[in-house]
Design a protein around this ligand. Structure first.
Ligand SMILES: N[C@@H](CCC[C@H](N)C(=O)O)C(=O)O
Length: 302
């Protein structure tokens, strides 16, 4: 955020299954959001607080999205809570779409959103709360999961180590099936994921248990944010890893496979389709909106 900013900057606060975000609408890409500014805004005590930040920019106005502008009017410039940049955020893209719908920028129905992991198709049901709609689940076509070869990935917490599945949902994941989610410990610090060479840009680590047929529960430690109460791309990675573990591959059988994934902050339903794409359905809520004090910007971010 440019420290020369004098006008108040609008923001919203939202969440998807309690994965929470500061939303900064900036259609013309006029706000220079430094990593430091993002970290200050996401700070839960001295800032607004969030697992990440959604910078809402017209694709045509952003150098990383200009090439997608013909396919998607809006670009989700996603940042983690520590200010780092990530390719994609599954819960974030639903909150992003909810904001656009609520602000009247888009209608219910199909919407294309540009992300650093490509254009994602979002389906927004018409809501009952207000003209633009504000409730109901949002479905996102997340693209294909990539399963890089067996690099012998493993995840460790304390003296426990589990073999893990490397799943790429546009961003990197290591999925470990465990006996008990409590074995992941406090997750105050990042679990060790090896070999480091499998994840040169860092990794999100998921811990998963079965709770019933095609029904999973998970915890996650997110790159750049720590343990969060939900991760959409993580839930997709977990569902695909579980399908392969269970001998299911829609590309082979021609039948979609659905897993229900319970997270500390709520439930996501993940379906892998015969064309290999992964669909995620879940809630997205805008909680509040307001203005960031320019004096705070000067002092906290300068
Ligand atoms: N919470 C997100 C993922 C956000 C990005 C992640 N921390 C990364 O660095 O890849 C989700 O819902 O997918």
């Amino acid at each position: 955020m440019s420290t020369s900013q004098t006008a108040p900057i609008a923001f919203l606060k939202g969440h998807g299954t309690e994965n929470d975000f500061v939303v900064v609408p900036d259609p013309d890409n006029a706000i220079a959001l430094s990593a430091r500014a993002v970290a200050a805004l996401c700070d839960r005590r001295a800032g607004i607080g969030g697992d990440g930040l959604l910078h809402v920019v017209r694709s045509a106005a952003h150098p990383e999205a200009r090439a997608m502008a013909d396919d998607a009017e809006w670009f989700m410039d996603y940042r983690n809570a520590d200010g780092s940049i990530a390719e994609m955020c599954g819960n974030g893209v639903r909150v992003f779409a909810r904001h656009l719908q609520r602000a009247g920028h888009v209608e219910a129905g199909d919407l294309a959103v540009a992300t650093r992991a490509g254009v994602k198709r979002v389906y927004l049901a018409a809501g009952s709360d207000g003209p633009g709609g504000a409730d109901g689940d949002i479905t996102v076509r997340m693209g294909r999961a990539l399963l890089p070869g067996d690099e012998g990935v493993s995840v460790s917490v304390g003296d426990r180590t589990w073999p893990a599945r490397h799943v790429d949902m546009g961003n990197p994941h290591a999925v470990a099936f465990v006996e008990d989610l409590a074995h992941a410990g406090s997750l105050h610090s990042a679990p060790a994921v090896t070999p480091a060479s499998a994840y040169p840009a860092g990794v999100n680590a998921e811990f998963v248990v079965d709770v019933g047929p095609r029904h999973l529960a998970m915890r996650v430690h997110e790159r750049g944010s720590g343990e969060t109460r939900s991760c959409g791309t993580g839930a997709c990675a977990v569902a695909v890893a579980a399908a392969r573990r269970d001998g299911l591959d829609p590309a082979v059988t021609g039948a979609p496979v659905t897993y229900t994934v319970d997270l500390p902050g709520g439930r996501l339903v993940i379906t892998e389709l015969p064309d290999g794409s992964v669909e995620m359905a879940g809630p997205a809520v805008i909680v509040a909106e307001g203005y960031i004090d320019p004096v705070w910007c000067e002092t906290a971010i300068a």
